[in-house]
Design a protein around this ligand. Sequence first.
Ligand code: TRP
Length: 331
Amino acid sequence: MIDDKIVLTGIKPTGTPHIGNYIGALKPLIDLSQNHKTIMFIADLHALNAERDAKAIKQHTYEIAALMIVMGLNLENTAFFRQSDVDEIYKMSNFLMNVTPKGLMNRAHSYKAKVEKNTEIGEDVDAGVNMGLYTYPVLMAADILLYNSDIVPVGKDQKQHVEFARDIAGYFNNIYGETFKLPTPVIGEDTGVLPGLDGRKMSKSYDNTIPLFAPSNELKKKIMRIITDSKTPEEPKNPDESTIFQIYKCFANESEIAALRKRFLDGGMGYGEAKTILFEKIDSVLSEPRKEYERLMANKSEIDAVLAEGAKRAGFIAAKTIAKVKKKMLG
Ligand code: TRP
């Protein structure tokens, strides 16, 4: 059944999506799209304060879009688009600047972290801070309010930004009368972070990732590089402390998981064999979507067509909101 709450989220195109992104962030969004009206966009404008390479932004945008499409995003329920393709976002962001206290921006975690770092190394507090970074939360509030969102599922790191959007909606409503719904952040329950090749959290910044759609041979090479302890094949092993098993759990079904768990506990299986089992599982689960992904990446006009349709649907809502806001602010 479709809930009538509007779920909205943005995905920043900052790198080639890996298994950790998929399991931790993207798959939950795909699941949500099955029974909610969803507004989902690739937040290319949010990448601009740090990424100066247009080609990289474009490439990562296509990669995320193709991934979401082949992994089953429900396009009937979802307006799926590129943030920069709906012109109203620039207007909305500009309008909201005028009701956003500068002090609120000073309290944003990511800006504060920069200031602290600068202070530590004896630099000017604002060294390396552009206005895109400083006003990042306003742009995000513009996303959320432009599309009348009720619910914004985000990672923990983004919770403050959604709270700011709520604050900004409140300031606006106070001045101009009831206009915006107050959005609620929903923080995905911590399914535990997926470990990467070296056992630390899988993350681009640790260079320990497994790309979701790596070709088979590259996937195998990566998996074989997973760091393990030095237990012999005969020794029983603790599945819950094994990176191999943690990743396996995300791709296998219940009975397969139970079977591999037992093999860990029983002993008699070396890590090499466990890695082969993991590789074969991921390779078989992803082989069909990977083909479709490769096909789409070679035919980007198909991705463009999906995103254009999404932008049209989103633009319809955006235009109405902007008309309302402009009337309230300028008469
Ligand atoms: N800032 C978010 C991130 O870095 C991405 C994003 C942009 C977003 N606009 C949004 C998330 C609106 C939720 C709602 O992950």
